[in-house]
Ligand binder design. Sequence first.
Ligand code: SF4
Ligand code: SF4
Length: 348
Amino acid sequence: MQTVMISPAELDGLIQIWQKSYPVYVPALARPAAAATDCAPGWRRILADEPLTLPVGPTPASVKTFFFPQPETMMTFSLEENHPEGGGMREPLDSRGMQVVMGVRPCDAASVLLNQLPFAEDPFFMAHCQRTALVGFTCETRLSTCFCTEMGGSPYQCAGLDLALTPLQEGFLLEVCSEKGEILMAGCNLVAASEGDLAALSALRQGTAAKDSPQLEGLKACALNRLYDAPMWQELGEACINCGTCTFLCPTCFCFDVQDEVVRGQGRRIRLWDSCMFPLYSQHTSGHNPRGKKLQRTRNRFLHKLKYFPDRFGPFSCVGCGRCIGDCPVNIDIRAVLKDLVRLTELE
Ligand code: SF4
Ligand code: SF4
């Protein structure tokens, strides 16, 4: 893995080189700019010669929108009898090339790796992974809502990133972490990082590394029934208004709905974001709803992240970005839920 030292001006120069070959996206810091985006809510293309500006902490919108876009066209079809497609369904042709997403934080990069577990056999998600290069910035500043280290991450980790930039006094230490990162850096003659710079990065990583947590491992090992019937769900279910904000902001939530839409005889099957917090999400065609009560939906969201997902795939389905904490209108905090669950496992 190559590591170079790069000045802010050189970074701006690199972005301009990338812009000639690829669309380069950055976080949209204001909501009006987000509305005018040509790609995904919360992101926009960086303008020519525009200096890079990043928000402190995680980007307002997560990167999942690039891998799990809304809507995703899964098939197209025609209802016209004489149409060449003959009423059959056709897979969408995706001729889009590589795209670069800049400003990704380590927690979001980790979320892409986590989402590859349930989406491993999903051709749409995996195609977006192949064509998307993530250029990330490690975190000098942690917000009060950030808790990546509690969930096994670190503000200085680069897992899931193609290029990782760490700010040091003289500029950025840029690590090339993948083949896509090598493609982005091809032909760039930059000064290799000095021993001192590498030592500084190593010290930052050591000082902020995630600590083993026997309590969280105990939660993974705990029998589901002890958690499922806990009294805490009653209070949480009463407080939650099931607005779905947490699930739409969360980089690791991936509930979706599939719909067909037809305009003038031409149709497409699309996949849209949905939320397990919405009552209709789990309603059966018969009218029966196994999660018809708020308590059941709230419990499902937390147990999915903290029990069902680890039971099936190993890790927790939460990277500690804190978005759901910051934007929940009734101040539900997943860290408090986690603490309560751990306390339950320790009883007896
Ligand atoms: S953001 Fe808060 S109130 Fe809204 S669904 Fe999530 S937990 Fe419930
Ligand atoms: S559950 Fe909350 S803190 Fe965890 S990844 Fe999702 S939004 Fe971030």
